[in-house]
Structure formats: C-alpha cells, structure tokens
Write a protein that binds this ligand. Structure first.
Ligand code: NI
Ligand code: MN
Length: 234
C-alpha cells in the first residue's frame, strides 16, 4: 500500500500489530499470542524482533511480552511503571518513558501519547498499579506515521495527536465494552483524519461486539476502514 512507503503493518488479532519498517527495524505492539483466540496460529513472527511496544499493563496486551523479549532479545518500550514491572519478570532490556515523550530508535521515533483507560495486573488477589494507559505514535523516517491508540475511549485531545503528528494510519480499538465502540471510533476518526483505519480490539471475545462494517457505515468515506483478517498485512 503506497501510503505505507515500504513499511509493513500486519494485524495479528486483538490489539497485536507487527510493524516492519523499510529500513529493517521490526516492532511488535501489545503481544497477545498464546491465549489470544484471534491470533493466526500458522503465523511465524520474524526472528529479529527489535522492539516490543506496550500501551498498558492489561493481560490481553502484555501476556507474551516477557517470554518473547527473552526469546528474541527484544527491548521492551512502555511507560516507566510497566517496564519496571517487566524488569522484575526477567526482561533484560527496557526503555521506560512517559506521556508526551519521544524515544528515537533506528529508523523511527516512538512517541507516547494519551489514552483514557486503566492499567494494572492482578497478582495473588492484589491489584498491582502499572502506570497510565497510553497510545503510541510511530514516526517512521521516510515512511508513514502510524498511531496505535491502545485501549481507550474517544477523547477530544485526539485533535492534538492530529495537530502534532498527523498520523496517516490510525489503529483504533472499536469492539466496545472495554474500549470505544464503532460510534465513538467514528468520532475519533473525525478528530484524527487518518487516511487509513486499522480496526483493532474487536471480535476477540463475545463482549467485543463492534465491527469494522459498523464503523465504516458511520464514516463519510467508509473505504478508509481496512478489512484485514488476523495475519494479513495492510
Ligand atoms: Ni486494557
Ligand atoms: Mn484490552
């Protein structure tokens, strides 16, 4: 797809997205693999997995982060409390950051932006706080600007994300129940003005009822909603 300028973006079900930049940096966002009912079982991750980006600490976003980081010697990027937690789980290389910050990686900048959601883990009947939930903007050098919204409701400061970074591709949760649904995602699209929307966080579990078709029907141009199956690239 021409707006991606050689960067490959592959949806792996739920909020899990693989980004392979034209310059060869591979990033996996929110790895939920082994217990993800919508992960494409036949899909083989690239051996070289440079970075694992985490939007927040819920199990359906970090379940496979520590084992994958160990297997692929990946650096885990996330909000400070979450990367500290994962250091305690045996992850050796982390970059802890916070909202509004940008880290420069080979061939791209990663900016942590706001999301409206919670972030915690249950351990032995206790809730462990894992920092704020976030979104991630990937500004690929000589490539596209990609926005992964994480888990969130719609919020009007998405207009700031548009003003600051102008993402061409918006990966928006739209299943409802734990995040925004199609109605709210349509307003998010109005705020963000992306050229392409990758619907994520839908269809995985029965409560996530929103569909890409419902979102497309609510947009002036429904053709910007990508229709890909888990395992397919944009
Ligand atoms: Ni969540
Ligand atoms: Mn989630």
């Amino acid at each position: 797809m021409s707006i991606l300028k050689g960067t490959k973006v592959t949806w792996l079900g739920h909020a899990t997205v693989l980004v392979e930049t034209a310059c060869g940096t591979n990033l996996l966002i929110d790895p939920f693999i082994e217990h993800n009912p919508s992960f494409p079982k036949e899909f083989v991750l690239p051996k070289k997995l440079d970075y694992i980006l985490l939007t927040h600490g819920h199990m359906d976003h970090i379940a496979d982060a520590a084992p994958l980081a160990q297997k692929h010697a990946s650096t885990v990027v996330g909000i400070y409390e979450l990367t500290s937690y994962l250091t305690g789980k045996g992850v050796e290389k982390t970059i802890g950051m916070n909202l509004g910050g940008t880290v420069s990686l080979p061939g791209l900048d990663v900016t942590m932006v706001e999301a409206k959601h919670s972030s915690s883990m249950q351990e032995g009947g206790t809730i462990v706080y894992l920092g704020e939930a976030a979104g991630m903007v990937l500004t690929v050098k000589d490539g596209p600007v990609l926005y992964h919204a994480g888990d969130t409701c719609v919020f009007s400061d998405m207009k700031l994300i548009r003003e600051l970074y102008a993402p061409e591709v918006a990966m928006l949760p739209m299943g409802g129940h734990f995040t925004m649904g199609p109605k709210e995602a349509a307003l998010a699209a109005k705020f963000l003005e992306p050229k392409l929307i990758l619907p994520i966080h839908w269809g995985t579990f029965p409560p996530l009822k929103g569909t890409p078709e419902q979102l497309a029907a609510l947009l002036p141009d429904g053709s910007i909603v990508a229709r890909v199956k888990p395992g397919q690239a944009l």
